[in-house]
Design a protein around this ligand. Sequence first.
Ligand SMILES: C[S@@+](CC[C@H](N)C(=O)[O-])C[C@H]1O[C@@H](n2cnc3c(N)ncnc32)[C@H](O)[C@@H]1O
Length: 338
Amino acid sequence: MPWRDPVDVAALSDLATPWCVHVVATLRIADHVAAGTTQIDELAAASACNAEALHRVLTHLVGRGVFEEPAPGRFAMNEPARALLDGPQRLGLDLDGFGGRMAHAWGSLLSAVRTGAPAYHEVFGRPFWEDLQAHPDIAASFDALMGPAGHGAPDPEVQVTGGWETVRTVVDVGGGTGSLLAGILRAHSTVRGTLVDLPETVARSREIFQAAGVAGRVTTLGQSFFHPLPAGADLYFLKSVLFDWPDREAQEILTRCAEAARPAGRVIVLNGVSPDDGARPSPSLMMMVLVGGKERSLAEFRQLARAAGLEVQAAARQPSGRFVVECRPSPVAAPSSP
Ligand SMILES: C[S@@+](CC[C@H](N)C(=O)[O-])C[C@H]1O[C@@H](n2cnc3c(N)ncnc32)[C@H](O)[C@@H]1O
């Protein structure tokens, strides 16, 4: 038997450390300490909180290796604390932004497990996407986390069958604030693109396209991807979209893509499908809790795609390491004569 560390269930289930990390990230304590505010009273004043309570939280974290306390009540940065400086990681921890939605949503896990359906509404009053629509500030923070400020600029090098020479038009379906499309258009100067996403998200794409110098080759469309999509493009991208949805909705999104791509376009799926190589798809618990979505094996995806009128034509791990699935619309059966 392989040797394994003994598992300490009490330590595994202790919520104190994750919450302390979220709280100091929200209060931007690392930024204050890095800027020279190191005494607990000054830190509490700078972050508008109670000095004694903050001291206890920081003492806990020092005991876990985050920050140092070289003298009583005086704190210093260390390498783990640097991860809490304003930046991508802090964005996902900020309890005042989308990080708070992710953290508090865990409170609905038991209901989700009991029923098999997301119970996000039990915590926030509405299902996930409706909650974002009702809270523009949280939606903006979600978009930022998905975009370059959070997840970074996505690698635009996607290999497609036959190469990019024959591609003239691309639609990025649920493309967020446009960073994948911007990268693709930068890399392929003759290609034109359309970004489809919810109106508020699409409105946040302007700066990204301008910064990439591709604004003149982009059309933006603020609409739902459950409605008909712009028809006749060469490629329809779905990146990190399908794993946000249960099967019924995922199939509907694929159906809209198939209808728009017919007869000669292709649908390219990035993220959310894993190869049939024996490894199980990631359990994607956060997706389960927030939206009832999941990662699918290629076999599961193939079935879903077929029901939506698409055939998988290629599926491979690309040099970037990303697993990419390419589909073509299935030929429409000719109506049988009476
Ligand atoms: C996980 S994000 C992925 C964004 C982008 N493709 C990426 O990889 O960064 C899912 C996207 O789906 C969009 N979305 C959710 N519901 C939608 C709908 N009904 N119609 C269009 N877009 C929607 C969200 O606004 C969000 O931008």
